[in-house]
Design a protein around this ligand. Structure first.
Ligand SMILES: Cc1cc2nc3c(=O)[nH]c(=O)nc-3n(C[C@H](O)[C@H](O)[C@H](O)COP(=O)(O)OP(=O)(O)OC[C@H]3O[C@@H](n4cnc5c(N)ncnc54)[C@H](O)[C@@H]3O)c2cc1C
Length: 385
């Protein structure tokens, strides 16, 4: 498949360093690639860089909900998930302590991050963006001069009029991030085989003491596992894989051979907020601008929507900074993203309490329609209206 092929850079580090760019986007996850593409479509000369080579995997539940699909559609990429063979989703099966609730989903697809992120980079390059992979920004991203290091350990500087920081959770964002001290950590693995009980089209959510695990078949039939755990629970279980096995057992979902020994990767603390979303010459988008726990699977919708929304504001910052631009981005971000994160925070709070989560799943097993308002709110397109 085209998307498993390496996504080549379009420019050398030396050439990039010899150019003064109008805009540089740091990080080419969904937020960065969409921001770069939208800037290019506005006529801006853009370089996007990432410390990784692509395709690369990422800890993620890999579910694009209705809101994420609408955000892709709004920037003219509505056909992308179908073209890439994404697995359509119709159901969530919630499991807590041996009780189950089956909830219908109005929309959504499962697509691996290897395939999605590589394709979004290609879409940005097709719009005229230059791409430099394998280059990490060291330390301060809140600067029009970025100090970078390439994979061969050579160092160089890049210069630009405006920086869009889209470096995710672990990217050393300049946004003075405040981490919630009770926050869970994320974890993920992809399993080549899984029991037939885990059929395609359903998101399986196992909730237990110490965390939750989401399982879904992605486009090539592999099973994506994504989890949020208390750090102490991971330690007591003896590792991320063992913690996942324990949560499936507590919840009453079938065990998966190889779950414990799979290659698990962890993330830093998930729940965080940025004290500043932008400053003189820089804007933060996606996870770099703040994140909450992933139970409701909304992060990519936030990333795509904020990547698209920042472009016209960032373009206006290229030739001069004004505090009006800062207020504008703070207001757009609040209306588009922060207000939507409240639902996620509420769900995370319910899941922390064994009693509340048991009550919730019992109620939903008898009356799944009780979840409809939340499910519809999460899948609704985001607008600034
Ligand atoms: C366990 C878990 C499950 C999740 N499940 C879902 C789900 O099912 N659905 C959903 O919508 N969301 C989900 N999310 C959230 C989703 O993964 C993120 O919100 C989304 O990836 C954010 O996109 P982004 O572009 O902001 O950052 P990322 O996708 O993290 O991209 C950031 C990029 O920046 C690069 N980078 C970092 N530092 C540097 C540097 N110094 N220099 C250069 N490049 C750098 C990285 O290599 C990376 O490619 C989940 C998250 C977790 C942790």
């Amino acid at each position: 498949m085209e998307s498993s092929v390496n996504v080549a850079g379009t420019i050398s580090a030396a050439e990039a360093a010899n150019t003064r760019w109008e805009a540089i986007v740091v990080g080419t996850g969904p937020a960065g690639s969409i921001a770069a593409r939208e800037l290019a479509r506005l006529g801006v000369q853009v370089l996007m860089i990432d410390k990784s080579q692509f395709p690369r995997s990422k800890v993620c539940g890999c579910c694009l909900n209705g809101s994420a699909l609408a955000a892709l559609d709004a920037v003219g990429l509505g056909e992308l998930s179908k073209r890439l063979g994404a697995e359509p989703l119709s159901k969530v099966r919630l499991a807590v302590n041996g009780s189950f609730a089956n909830l219908s989903l109005p929309s959504g697809v499962a697509l691996s991050r290897e395939v999605l992120d590589a394709e979004l980079i290609r879409a940005a390059v097709s719009a005229g963006v230059h791409f430099l992979p394998g280059v990490a920004v060291r330390r301060d991203m809140a600067s029009r001069t970025l100090r970078c290091r390439a994979e061969d350990q050579s160092s160089f500087e890049l210069n630009c009029g405006v920086v869009v920081v889209a470096s995710g959770l672990s990217g050393g964002s300049p946004t003075d991030v405040e981490t919630d001290s009770t926050s869970r950590i994320g974890a993920g693995a992809v399993l080549a085989t899984a029991p037939v009980d885990y059929q395609a089209g359903t998101i399986f959510m196992a909730v237990g003491r110490g965390g939750y695990v989401g399982l879904v078949r992605i486009e090539d039939g592999r099973l994506d596992a994504a989890a949020a755990f208390d750090s102490a629970f991971v330690k007591a279980s003896g590792g991320l894989g063992a913690a996942a096995v324990d949560v499936l057992r507590q919840a009453g979902l079938p065990s998966v051979v190889g779950m414990e020994t799979a290659t698990w990767r962890g993330t830093p603390a998930l729940t965080r907020s940025a004290r500043r979303l932008c400053g003189d010459g820089w804007f933060a988008v996606g996870d770099a601008a703040g994140y909450v726990e992933p139970f409701t699977g909304e992060g990519m919708a936030w990333a795509i929507a904020s990547g698209a929304a920042v472009a016209p504001i960032a373009r206006n910052a290229i030739h001069g900074w004004s505090e009006l631009l800062a207020s504008e981005w703070a207001e757009v971000h609040r209306r588009l993203i922060t207000s939507r994160q409240r639902i996620c925070r509420g769900a995370a709070a319910v899941l922390r309490s064994p009693t509340l989560s048991r009550i919730a799943v019992s109620a939903l097993s008898f009356a799944p329609s009780l979840a409809s308002p939340i499910i519809h709110a999460l899948n609704r397109p985001r607008t600034l209206g």
